[in-house]
Design a protein around this ligand. Structure first.
Ligand code: LHQ
Length: 259
């Protein structure tokens, strides 16, 4: 697919996908939603991609739904969310490779949901998270009501959704919404450092770890234990597991190949 709204860059196993409509703070139009889904599917298919960074061009990460393209309700919002946003959020979660959001500015509405659906978040000091939905009389969507209570607890999730005030990066760090906060100039180097480290790791074990963490969010302990045991069989058969043990015994760093 020829991307008009995204930049795609693969380097040393790290795929960087940049939302690229800076003039509207990377608001999501139909084309961007389609392209993002395509890019994430390609990331899943291509063995050379071993971790992914999602970021935004310009001064924002993503301002959510493009309100000029979809300003008011003469079409089905439900249909729009089911066909445009849900597949992207599900693809981010089912992609069995680490995904790091590099939040370079405001992440608002469905743009915040996109960041929350990534596995890890690095945020620049001047970034913020805004549950913009109720400001325009809408319900938090694209996974916001799923991710927020899990990351920050139900009480805080109510506050963020009801009051819809921007949460600055340092506060987001304190709440557990993001993993690291760094100066703006260091954002991409920090994201590349994290994603690069993950890209040279045991990709299959990371993918299975992601599957276990997400699946076991809603499991009871016996079934969580059983699921882990089942996945361990798969991890135990990988070349990387053999290499990891061998490297340990030989007292040298492992050289993982991602399978
Ligand atoms: C934008 C946008 C934007 C278009 C900035 N659209 N142009 C799903 C499916 C179905 C229906 C509806 O919703 C959803 C899920 C959602 O995502 S709902 C939530 C949608 N997003 C928002 O409500 C956030 C709207 N944006 C803002 O509140 C502000 O722009 C923020 C707080 C993000 C940033 O404020 P500022 O830094 O003051 O920037 P700005 O407002 O001046 O924006 C810069 C430009 O970007 C401006 O255009 P202009 O031509 O005046 O320079 C904005 O109109 C444009 N822009 N967000 N979502």
């Amino acid at each position: 697919m020829d991307y008009q709204t995204l930049l795609w860059e693969l380097s040393d196993g790290v795929l960087t996908v940049t939302l690229n409509r800076p003039e509207v703070l990377n608001a999501v139009n139909d084309r961007m939603a389609e392209e993002l889904l395509d890019a994430l599917r390609q990331a899943a298919r291509e063995a050379e991609v071993r971790s992914v960074i999602l970021t935004g061009a310009g001064r924002a990460f993503c301002s959510g739904q493009d309100l000029r393209e979809r300003a008011a309700g003469d079409f089905s919002y439900a249909q729009h969310i089911r066909t445009r946003y849900a597949p992207v959020i599900l693809q981010l979660q089912s992609l069995e490779k680490p995904v790091v959001a590099a939040v370079n500015g405001v992440a608002a509405g469905a743009g915040a949901s996109l960041a929350l659906a990534c596995d890890l978040r690095v945020a620049s000091e001047d970034s913020s998270f805004l549950q913009a939905f109720t400001r325009i009389g809408l319900v938090p969507d694209s996974g916001a009501t799923y991710f927020l209570p899990r990351l920050v607890g139900l009480g805080k999730a109510f506050e963020l959704c009801y009051l819809a005030e921007a949460v600055p990066a340092q506060e987001a760090l304190r709440l557990g919404l993001v993993n690291w906060v760094v100066p703006r100039a260091e954002l991409m180097s920090k994201a590349r450092e994290v994603a690069g480290r993950l890209a040279s790791g045991p990709t299959r074990a990371y993918g299975l770890t992601k599957r276990a963490l997400l699946r076991n969010l809603k499991a009871d302990l016996p079934s969580a234990l059983d699921y882990e045991a089942m996945l361990q069989d798969a991890a135990g058969r990988t070349e990387d597991h053999r290499e990891g043990v061998q490297a340990f015994l030989e007292k040298r760093p492992p050289r993982y190949v991602g399978r």
